[in-house]
Design a protein around this ligand. Structure first.
Ligand SMILES: *Cc1c(COP(=O)(O)O)cnc(C)c1O
Length: 357
């Protein structure tokens, strides 16, 4: 077919499976096992009572949500950008700021969407290998580049780069925009937000999908200096002015203002993560302490694929990446204590049967 020569051909990102069965334990996409704030349900009731408002276009400036985020995080309103999940925010950032002939840089093991966006947008890139412990070496990012993107804590390793190292990278690259993707920062990470005043090339992204229990609503946001956010908005308005629906703005605003419920949820996950880490080590798994809502573990005696397949056959979904360097690892999202009990109730006898305990 002649027209196929003119197609933008891409290899799409593969999202984690969303199994349909009801009784699965879903530990494969880092969703939050707890519901969002009760204020979100109240907002939803208001939406149900006012469906007539759906006739109208939503606020293109997303003011209520932008203002709520700015107030809660103590930044100026012109330093906040909101989009349809941080995936949308990141894609807009790539489009807006990565327009150089020089390659952008990101780790070889990181969020697997970065190379998909770079390929789709024809942005040259280089993957910078993590060290043998899967840690970022800041010195590797001190060379000519078209931009930098770093997830901190990193995915799927859960490793945290200290703020001093982030600052080292941002400071060494005044001529490039450095994106710090903080999708998991609320689970004992360290935000780069304090650096915002000093570096005009820094942009930070966060999401409602993990710590805020709202992956289904699709809300993400970015912090950056006002001129940077202005450039980002210019591209957004040139693409789609009404990115956020009225229900999303209303429910998102309700969630962000309930800081107490949010803090409690995050602390519960961190507690369950500590217990899970210990139990996995008791079963012989090797894993570093994680700063996210998942752990990244390998077993020296049983292959990760084999464990993954067995768990899946028993309705326990975790994530396995068929990728160099991490083929022997499983990424296990932290669920409720009851979820983790079910996970171990399937895993432990399997390892015993394999003679691995
Ligand atoms: C989950 C995730 C995102 C995207 O989340 P959204 O649901 O699009 O907000 C971005 N970056 C990393 C590292 C993630 O793990």
């Amino acid at each position: 077919m002649g027209w196929e020569d003119k197609v933008r051909k891409v290899v799409p990102y593969t999202p984690g499976e969303q199994p349909k069965a009801a009784d699965v334990v879903k530990l494969n996409t880092n969703e939050n096992p707890y519901p969002p704030s009760p204020a979100v349900a109240e907002a939803a009731a208001r939406i149900a009572a006012e469906t007539d408002r759906l006739r109208l276009y939503p606020d293109p400036k997303i003011s209520d949500l932008v203002n709520a985020i700015a107030d809660v995080y103590g930044v100026r309103r012109d330093e906040v950008f909101v989009g349809v999940g941080s995936d949308d925010v990141l894609a807009m950032l790539f489009m807006t700021f990565f327009n150089s002939d020089k390659p952008i840089l990101f780790p070889d093991i990181t969020y697997s969407f970065y190379d998909v966006w770079a390929d789709m947008l024809r942005i040259p890139y280089e993957k910078v290998p993590l060290d043998e412990h899967f840690h970022i070496r800041p010195g590797d990012y001190k060379r000519e580049n078209g931009g930098i993107v770093i997830a901190n804590p990193n995915a799927p390793t859960g490793a945290l780069l200290p703020l001093t190292a982030i600052e080292e990278i941002v400071a060494a690259n005044p001529d490039s925009v450095v994106i710090v993707d903080e999708a998991y920062v609320d689970f004992n990470g360290v935000t780069a937000l304090p650096l915002l005043d000093r570096y005009d090339n820094l942009v930070i992204t966060q999401t409602f999908s993990k710590s805020r229990s709202m992956a289904g609503l699709r809300i993400g946001y970015a912090f950056g200096n006002a001129p940077l956010i202005k450039y980002l908005n210019d591209v957004k308005y040139s693409f789609n002015s009404y990115t956020m629906s009225w229900p999303a703005i209303l429910m998102g605003t309700a969630e962000v203002l309930d800081t107490e419920h949010f803090g409690d949820n995050c602390r519960k996950i961190v507690r369950t993560r500590a217990k899970t880490t210990e139990r996995l080590r008791t079963l012989g798994f090797c894993l570093e302490d994680s700063c996210s809502n998942f752990v990244f573990a390998t077993h020296p005696r049983v292959s990760a694929k084999e464990i993954f397949d067995y768990l899946r056959a028993n309705n326990i979904f975790v994530r396995w990446f068929n990728q160099d360097r991490i083929r022997e690892y499983l990424r296990i999202s932290i669920g409720t204590d009851a979820d983790m009990d079910r996970f171990f109730a399937v895993l432990t006898p399997f390892l015993q049967e394999k003679g691995a305990l």
